[in-house]
Design a protein around this ligand. Structure first.
Ligand code: NAD
Ligand code: ZN
Length: 246
């Protein structure tokens, strides 16, 4: 398997993930759900304008996502990625997901480009806290410090990405020899641009996606399978290749 050979020769690796890596945990991808929630387009719920107009509507959407994510379990793809970190101590997971499943599977170095469902930030004073209570005691939640509305600490359409995290991800991409691109349609920017950065800096791109993504043209290898099937097989093959060398 060419992907395992590429990985076995690499010193530094990045795994870049999107909603597809959590699909087999039962969490719908945006495009998979037709981009709709209760008849609203997701782009109309996940924006600062929507929150200003109707914070309760926005919170009902996030309360539902928190409930689903809490019930979900990491799948074999998340677990294989966590196992890969043991083979590559320098491995960085760069994710567009907000569900926390990589961390629950045991990945230690996870850069969350789009924030987390499990953090909440005051829209007035900016105070941010971890909060994994499901359900939350009141919606929308109020800030203890200033009494303002709190919002999910996720990146909404039209908002900038957290700068320090993006820079760290960019650095990991420029240094990577191999990048695994898993379960992303590659159409959400600037996140998708990180795959171009890695490719331009010499990383071999391995795409794992049952459908070729918008980034497929960058891939040296395409594995047209579900992440939960492809990644455990890839890790197993890599261990064999490494074992044969030792
Ligand atoms: P997307 O919905 O645009 O694309 C999902 C991709 O995953 C598609 O290319 C699809 O072919 C692929 N896919 C589906 N099932 C798969 C599987 N079993 N294995 C491998 N690939 C599979 O998602 P995106 O690219 O992440 O971009 C959309 C935005 O949606 C992101 O900003 C992300 O923050 C957000 N989002 C996150 C979650 C989550 O945290 N679980 C869920 C939905 C959306
Ligand atoms: Zn506050």
């Amino acid at each position: 398997m060419k992907a395992a050979l590429l990985l076995s020769r690499a010193a530094r690796a990045v795994v870049f993930t999107g909603a597809g890596v959590s699909a087999e945990s039962g969490l719908a991808t945006f495009r998979g759900a037709g981009g709709l929630w209760e008849g609203h387009r997701v782009e109309e719920v996940a924006t600062p304008e929507a929150f200003a107009r109707d914070p309760l509507l926005v919170w009902r959407f996030y309360a539902m996502r928190r409930e689903q994510a809490k019930k979900a379990e990491p799948n074999p793809a998340h677990k294989a990625i966590a196992q890969l970190e043991r083979l590559f101590p320098s491995l960085v997971v760069v994710t567009q997901n907000v569900d926390g499943l990589h961390q629950r599977a045991g990945s230690q170095r996870v850069l969350e480009l789009h924030g987390s469902l499990w953090r909440i930030r005051c829209a007035s004073c900016g105070r941010e806290l971890g909060d994994d209570r499901v359900p939350l005691p009141e919606l929308p939640p109020r800030c203890d410090a200033c009494g303002g509305w709190q919002r999910p600490a996720v990146v909404w359409f039209g908002e900038p990405l957290p700068e320090a995290i993006f820079r760290e991800a960019e650095r990991a991409c420029t240094e990577a020899d191999v990048m695994l691109v898993v379960g992303t349609s590659g159409v959400v920017w600037p996140a998708a641009g990180l795959v171009e950065v890695a490719a331009a800096c010499g990383a071999a791109i391995i795409e794992v996606n049952p459908e070729p993504s918008a980034l497929a043209y960058l891939a040296a290898v395409q594995i047209p399978k579900k992440a939960g099937e492809a990644l455990p097989a890839l890790v197993e093959r890599l261990e064999e290749v490494q074992g044969a060398r030792a």
